[in-house]
Design a protein around this ligand. Structure first.
Ligand code: LLP
Length: 416
């Protein structure tokens, strides 16, 4: 595929980073996530180049929730990525991957005392608070641990509704995320100066995921800039601006924002504000960095007919890859290794082994060939929120991941 150079797809066969899907499936078993690691690091570099050409101090704090396979996290950390995490365990993973404490961000609308305590102890770069109470809690934890100068930001809710699936939008006024803008202003005017150990120095916003309209990011960036100007009048100086993640990918709908449009809307908008030149601009990208690095290989167990429908029933289920069942997401599916290579116009509905009607990956899918028992198909672009949301539901094994890099492949165990 021209836009996915690590994949070679021909009728009835697929290779990833030079390795035949069939050989990988035989060696490691299915269902199997296969990640081409160099694709991940190349995307990180592309984003870094594009963003830092517009603003000198940029950090891409990879969103660990999108993929937490340690081999992938290490590859990203060794090339300068920071980490956005949402739990104490995430903090530990980031340190184990080699991320410097100052390049770690802790987010989350309902952090536990354990999460906050671990972050304070580690002296991470920024804790983004999602309520005034959380700021006060952090102050108390700092007092208990005798920590000073703890950097805290506000995740602000500006009421920006993004152009995405309702389940992936987080910026609405009555969503559970962030602190309303007015409340941030009120707190900073009246109480920020009473904080002894916490230093309010960040502003953060994340309005959703899988966004394809640059104007959403432009508006978000402008709101953050305007708010920081307002706060500086009450003596609160913002040093770190965090525009969240959310840059979408094209799963097949033909909708994708270019990297340069994204960079213009965020870093470009930011760079026009000369007074912010010395501030750090943080991006919590997850999906865009890892999604297209990975295919999910799954074996056909049965092909059968139900009414007018041809079912291909495979060994991956919603426990392996949840996005289709959870959001009705549809990913491209290709034939990865089939006995029959004759061109065929037969279409399939693809279903998994789990006893749930939503345990399907596509309907009316044309693979260009016909399928039979033992064939392999691949679900594309499963690197983000694939293994990350996998489970052992129905007592099925947790899916394995293989990473391919520099002409080799190896098993990459999941985070524990
Ligand atoms: N920052 C925050 C505060 C977030 O909540 C998220 C994702 C990100 C960054 C990373 O967003 P990304 O760049 O990956 O879009 N399970 C869903 C996606 C849920 C996203 C949750 N938050 C899916 O499979 O589409």
């Amino acid at each position: 595929m021209s836009d996915r150079p690590h994949l070679e797809i021909s009728r009835g066969s697929l290779s990833v980073g030079g390795f035949e899907a069939k050989d990988l499936a035989e060696k490691y078993g299915t269902p199997l996530y296969v990640t081409e690691l160099d694709r991940v690091t190349r995307k990180l570099k592309a984003a870094e180049d594009e963003l830092s050409s517009r603003h000198p101090d940029v950090l891409i704090a990879f969103a660990y929730k999108s993929n937490s396979t340690p081999a992938i996290l290490k590859a990203l950390a060794s090339r300068g990525a920071g980490a956005t995490v949402v739990s104490a365990n995430g903090l530990r993973l980031a340190r184990a991957a080699g991320v410097r404490a100052r390049d770690i961000v802790l987010d989350g609308p309902s952090k536990s005392e354990e999460d906050l305590t671990a972050a304070v102890r580690m002296r991470i770069g920024m804790i983004n608070a999602e309520s005034v109470q959380e700021v006060l809690d952090i102050e108390e934890i700092c007092a208990g641990l005798k920590v000073e100068g703890c950097r805290v930001g506000f995740r602000v809710n500006f009421g920006i509704l993004a152009d995405t699936h309702a389940g992936l939008a987080t910026g609405g006024r009555s969503h559970k995320f962030g602190v309303p803008r007015e409340e941030v202003v009120e707190f900073c005017e009246s109480h920020a100066s009473e904080l002894r150990r916490v230093k309010i120095s960040g502003l953060h916003s994340h309005v959703g995921s899988q966004i394809s309209d640059p104007s959403v990011f432009r508006r978000e960036t402008e709101e953050l800039l305007a708010l920081s100007d307002e706060l500086s009048r009450s003596g609160v100086e913002i040093r770190e601006f965090n525009v969240g993640g959310g840059l979408g990918v094209d799963y097949g709908e033909g909708k994708e924002m270019s990297l340069s449009d994204y960079a213009d809307a965020t870093a470009g908008t930011f760079a026009r504000s000369a007074s912010k030149r010395r501030s750090r601009l943080v991006f919590e990208l997850g999906r865009w960095i890892v999604a297209d690095s990975t295919v999910l290989l799954t074996k056909v167990n049965y092909v059968k007919r139900a009414g007018a429908t041809n079912w291909a029933l495979v060994d991956a289920g919603m426990n392996t890859f949840l996005r289709p069942a959870l959001y009705g997401a549809r990913h491209r599916i290709v034939a990865a290794s089939t006995k029959d290579r004759e061109e065929s116009s037969v279409v399939y509905d693809i279903g998994g082994p789990v006893c749930e009607t939503t345990d399907t990956f596509g309907s009316g899918v044309s693979l260009g060939v016909s399928l039979s028992k033992g064939d392999l198909i691949a679900i594309l672009d499963t690197g983000a929120y694939g293994t990350a949301m996998a489970s052992t539901y129905n007592m099925r094994p947790f899916p394995k991941t293989v990473v391919v890099s520099g002409g080799r492949h190896r098993l990459a165990p999941p985070a524990t």
